[in-house]
Ligand binder design. Structure first.
Ligand SMILES: [Mg+2]
Length: 221
């Protein structure tokens, strides 16, 4: 499950295939979570990448331009964000459109620095539009519902913790989603958070592993 919404499902699967992980049919993105909130026939202004366009169309939504009638504005990470787009989105929100954010991660990590994340784009549009966003991805309810549906699990089932592990590098998103799902939270040290930060974060990890491969090897032993 990724909060990165810009890639189509096939592109996300290919990224994993490139490191020898067959994830076909298993990927869930925050774009899919946003798409699950779109009703058939709604006119959607997509301030986001190709992954959101795909998810909106799968849901039966119609992607429209900023100067058309708009029922929903969906904001996801993209690097072509500009003032004209923000102005069109804000105008639609003033006229009653819903605001859906794929995710509100404040930053987007790259090898040499942290870039502004989708949370920064959403904050600008929500401020100008004078509304609060509905957030679809980690650690919020829409993606939890998609995960339960995909795994066949049920919210509140006491067996969830013993049977399912949410693996991630950020307590605020991965850990909080684990808690919402009732799953174990396995923290991996291979991401953007140190184990010291994770242990003083909220929620605290149930398990710490150097990386995903080690965790899987331990669990399958
Ligand atoms: Mg991560």
């Amino acid at each position: 499950m990724t909060n990165f919404s810009a890639l189509t499902v096939a592109e996300a699967e290919q990224k994993l295939a490139d490191v020898d992980i067959d994830a076909s049919g298993s990927v869930i993105t925050s774009a899919m979570a946003a798409g699950s909130l779109i009703k058939h026939g709604e006119r959607v202004f997509v301030c986001a990448g190709p992954g959101v366009v795909e998810a909106v169309e799968v849901a039966g939504g119609v992607c429209v331009d900023g100067d058309d009638e708009i029922d929903v504005v969906v904001v996801g990470f993209h690097t072509t964000f500009d003032f004209a787009e923000m102005a069109a989105a804000a105008h639609a929100l003033h006229n009653g459109a819903r605001l859906i954010a794929t995710n509100t991660d404040p930053t987007y990590p790259t090898p040499d620095r942290l870039l502004p994340g989708n949370g920064a784009l959403v904050a600008g549009i929500a401020t100008a539009g004078k509304v609060q966003p509905i957030v679809a991805g980690k650690p919020h309810e829409p993606v939890a519902a998609l995960i339960h549906h995909r795994l066949g699990t049920t919210a509140g089932d006491a067996q969830n913790f013993a049977r399912h592990v949410m693996v991630g590098d950020l307590p605020a998103t991965d850990g909080a989603l684990a808690r919402l799902l009732g799953f174990e939270f396995a923290f991996v040290e291979s991401g953007v958070t140190t184990v010291e930060q994770a242990m003083s974060g909220d929620p605290k990890p149930d398990c710490v592993s150097p990386d995903l491969a080690t965790l899987v090897a331990q669990r399958l032993r």
